[in-house]
Design a protein around this ligand. Structure first.
Ligand code: C5P
Length: 409
């Protein structure tokens, strides 16, 4: 992968490591990349707009409301024109803004408006890096698909030692090269939506109804689709799992929240519904904890049906994904039930798996599945959930590389 003719939008944050960003610009330019720079107010305390402009050979963007620039390019266009957005140094403050969606200066607004991948090279004092607030922001940014390079361990300008030093320019160049190479998978340019995990339907503030689901299969599928280059959103009910690399994770609790998050993620080309959505929810969730009344009757729960997310996506009037895939976890008559489900839900494929107690599928790492399409049933051998995910992503990619005009099945 060469960096020739690549367009890098470089955000220079306010930290002493900003001087290394000047070097980074030189290294990128000598590899044939064009670098457009956004200098934050803090960044301008460490390096001058003049030095940055001299090295990039372009005007440096500094203000959100710059009348001429806004008329000529605008921050939206600025955020979209690049192949990759790089933030170096990424300060604790910039990371906090990014993690929380702030948009109160040019850099943060541009970072919120971009549809491109974002790579950040954090640089800060070791205690700031280790602070729980920064660690929360790091987890959120990783869940949002932001790529990290560094920070490295070492002596800091402030005299302390530990993680917090910005990665060296050549390390950042290597990370940029890798990030630009990554999306070129077979599903590059497609958008995928995956649901996973259980939903929790509240009875009262401390109790809920849920299905058993570890979320492992869905997380593995989201990771496999992202690795194949799909722009992937994973909508997940409560699980213990860490965010899958490369996918955007949206956490929800209830079925209705899951449906709303799926709607918000549309349009998508591919939808894979692995979530074990609770079929019913208590019609009324009590605002305070229901009390056990010694000898009185047990409370009766009045249940109402939850939306069927798979069926809703399959029959979506405006934004039906081209390929909608459901899962059928059954304990009896697996194939017959799964085929009936394919028709009932209106989806294109069903992945059927036997979840009888003796199979160990529930919560386990392995799965034996059958892929059912309108035309055929494929029996896959027993394999890990990660391998099921990779194979499913490959089958999806094959389908997408064929003519999609006549339904992807
Ligand atoms: O109806 P059943 O739960 O057996 O169907 C399983 C499939 O339907 C799975 O793909 C599951 O994610 C999806 N589903 C859904 N919304 C529901 C119930 C099931 O998306 N409310």
């Amino acid at each position: 992968m060469s960096l020739q003719n690549k367009k890098i939008l470089l955000v220079i944050g306010g930290g002493i490591a900003a001087y290394k960003s000047l070097e980074l610009i030189r290294r990128l330019r000598e590899r044939g990349s064009a670098v457009t720079a956004v200098l934050t107010q803090g960044g301008a305390e460490f390096v001058t707009a003049l030095s940055v402009a001299a090295l990039t050979g372009e005007k440096v963007h500094t203000h959100l409301f710059d009348l001429t620039t806004e008329a000529e390019i605008g921050h939206i266009a600025l955020s979209r024109a690049a192949d990759l957005v790089v933030v170096a140094p990424a300060t604790a403050d910039l990371m906090a803004k990014m993690a929380n969606g702030h948009a109160n200066d040019l850099a943060s607004t541009m970072l919120l408006a971009t549809d491109k991948r974002v790579l950040i090279a954090p640089a800060m004092n070791v205690r700031m890096w280790q602070h729980p607030a920064t660690q929360r922001n790091i987890a959120q940014l990783k869940a949002d698909g932001v790529i990290f390079i560094g920070p490295n361990d070492g002596d800091m300008a402030c005299g302390e030692y530990g993680p917090g030093r910005m990665a060296e320019p050549l390390e950042i160049v290597a990370a940029i090269t890798q990030a630009l190479a990554a999306p070129a998978g077979p599903l590059a340019g497609t958008r995928a939506l995956v649901t996973a995990g259980p939903t929790y339907e509240p009875i009262d503030p401390v109790r809920f109804i849920a299905n058993r689901s570890s979320g492992k299969q869905g997380y593995a599928i989201a990771a496999a689709l992202a690795a194949a280059g799909a722009h992937t959103t994973l909508v997940s009910g409560p699980t213990e799992l860490s965010p899958p690399p490369g996918a955007k994770l949206v956490r929800v609790e209830t079925a209705r929240q899951m449906l709303a998050a799926c709607e918000a993620a549309l349009p998508a080309d591919i939808a894979v519904c692995t979530a074990a959505v609770a079929d019913w929810r208590p019609e009324i969730a009590a605002n305070s904890k229901l009390k056990k009344k010694g000898d009185g009757p047990a409370p009766a729960l009045h249940l109402t049906e939850n939306p069927d997310i798979l069926a809703t996506l399959s029959r979506h009037a405006k934004n039906r994904p081209q390929l909608v895939i459901g899962f059928a976890a059954e304990t009896d008559d697996l194939i017959a039930n799964a085929k009936a489900k394919l028709v009932r839900k209106g989806c294109d494929w069903i992945v059927a798996n036997d979840v009888s107690a003796n199979t160990g599928v529930m919560g386990g790492d392995n799965n034996t599945v059958h892929l059912i399409t309108a035309k055929a049933t494929e029996d896959w051998p027993a394999m890990s959930k990660a391998d099921v995910a990779t194979r499913l992503a490959q089958r999806i990619a094959e389908t997408f590389s064929q003519d999609l005009g006549n339904q992807a099945v």
